[in-house]
Design a protein around this ligand. Structure first.
Ligand code: HEC
Ligand code: HEC
Length: 412
């Protein structure tokens, strides 16, 4: 009986997905972005209080600053060379094309089903994916040319849109016209800045204002209140909010790619020797790759770990990701069920973040932000693994031999 239902379930699966997609496609026009209730709960739990009305009130302030999904606004602190207002209008809003065949509503037609209207990554098709679509609101990106803690460049975002993330559900959008891709890049930045501002404001409301207290939420002087023009009534709060927007937008102003030294000219025996040195490093103490990726990168070293998006509402709050009851409470607020993150099986030769040598070099030096994959920290001094720049190339020669890629080959 049990197995009959399982088979039936798997047959129903694809049809159910189409049903979900169809519903998502012709939904009633969404009025507002969802409030980030999950993050409010996270912040409150950290300090043993309650989130009260914090997420809802912050959401109201956010709407006055950033507009709605159909009518987005750009706060002054976000420069127009970072987010072009025209691109914002084209990427947002309902789906249509004008008489010149310019596309509008591109995010809604191409991305919403996975990344959701607010960029939370919890779209209608998300639950079926591993890894989940990115929650853009945390402002953390995995596949980029910049140091671990920094924002990606616009070129990085463009690259992932064109390439997709092979081996994950993130599709390649290389057939879209360049102007649509540019609009999407700007919209990803808009959603990300918006989401991060929202998080910081929630943090401020819960920790610095009266929201967390049992009766504080009832005291108007302790709440975020807008006047008739949609401005915060309290000038000090207005100042705080502008400062937050400036700080978040500022992080996007000048992300600098990691400098990649020229790749040694490996040929013939030199390449064989480099691969051998790489193999030793990979399995040795210093680089320690095999401790997670397994012998010859076969992905077999079992490490139970989670990405930062999951840890935020579980382990970092002392909640075990396997604690069904506690996780259920978080799921009611928008969390997706926790899924372990596995180190990649490198013998497949499939890289989500690009497989050309330069990209791999940056990946190994910076690691993968938001995940347990560490950077090699090749610079000298404290925290350094002692791995040298030349040795990074040896590792890459080895990696590419595992995946059957030629060292100087073109990216797939
Ligand atoms: C079918 C589902 C799906 C669709 C449609 C989709 N994505 Fe994704 N996207 C994903 C998944 C899954 C990931 C996470 C990949 C990972 O973590 O390795 C992702 C990751 C991303 C990232 C993060 C890259 C990084 O470096 O961290 C960005 C940005 C992104 N998607 C933007 C978009 C945009 C813009 C669209 C629409 C044009 C879109 N996605 C459509 C599933 C999707
Ligand atoms: C603490 C565990 C850990 C260690 C140590 C580690 N990795 Fe990883 N690595 C991971 C995880 C987890 C992922 C998958 C990240 C994801 O799915 O987003 C990963 C992904 C990768 C990827 C895939 C990148 C892509 O674009 O898809 C490469 C390549 C890689 N690791 C190489 C290495 C090398 C080389 C070393 C040693 C210098 C190393 N890793 C050390 C955990 C680790």
């Amino acid at each position: 009986m049990d197995s009959y239902f399982r088979i039936a379930g798997s047959l129903v699966g694809p049809a159910a997905i189409f049903a979900i997609l169809a519903v998502a496609g012709c939904d009633a026009p969404p009025g507002s972005f969802n409030a980030n209730d999950l993050y409010a709960q996270v912040v409150a739990t950290r300090q043993n209080s309650q989130p009260g009305q914090a997420a809802a009130d912050v959401s109201m302030v956010m709407e006055s600053l950033f507009g709605t999904p159909d009518a987005p606004k750009l706060p002054n602190a976000i420069p127009t060379n970072l987010v072009d207002p025209e691109n914002l209008t084209r990427a947002a809003g309902p789906v249509y094309s004008d008489e010149d065949d310019t596309h509008f509503g591109i995010y809604r037609s191409r991305c919403v089903v996975c990344h959701a209207l607010d960029g939370s990554g919890a779209g209608p098709a998300a639950a079926l994916q591993n890894p989940y679509p990115r929650d853009l609101r945390a402002g953390v990106f995995k596949y980029k040319s910049t140091p671990r803690g920094e924002k990606p460049t616009k070129e990085d975002l463009l690259a992932i849109l064109k390439r997709g993330a092979p081996g994950s559900a993130m599709p390649a959008f290389d057939r879209l016209p360049q102007e649509d891709l540019d609009a999407l890049v700007d919209y990803v930045i808009y959603l990300s800045i918006r989401g991060e501002v929202e998080r910081r404001l929630i943090q401020f409301a819960v920790t610095e204002m009266g929201y967390g207290d049992q009766d504080g939420a009832a005291i108007d002087s302790e709440r975020l209140i807008l006047d008739a023009e949609g401005k915060l009534t309290d000038p000090e709060l207005r100042q705080t909010v502008s400062q937050i927007i400036e700080n978040v937008a500022g992080q996007w102003s000048d992300p600098t790619p990691i400098t990649v030294p020229p790749m040694p000219d490996f040929e013939g025996d030199d390449l064989v020797a480099a691969i051998e040195r790489g193999r030793e490093l990979f399995h040795g103490q210093q680089a320690n790759c095999a401790s997670c990726h397994g012998t010859n990168g076969n992905g077999q070293a079992v490490t139970l770990d989670f990405d930062d998006w999951t840890k935020e509402f579980t382990t970092l709050l002392g909640i075990s990701p396997g604690d069904k009851a506690a996780v259920k409470q978080m799921r009611k607020l928008g969390a997706l069920p926790p899924r372990p993150i596995s180190p990649r099986n490198l013998s497949w030769g499939v890289y989500r973040g690009g497989d050309d040598p330069e990209t791999l070099y940056r990946r190994l030096v910076a690691g993968i932000a938001g995940t347990p994959m560490p950077g090699l920290l090749v610079q000298e001094g404290e925290g350094s693994t002692g791995v040298t720049l030349d040795q990074v190339w040896d590792l890459i020669a080895y990696l590419r031999s595992l995946g059957d890629l030629q060292l100087a080959g073109t990216s797939r």
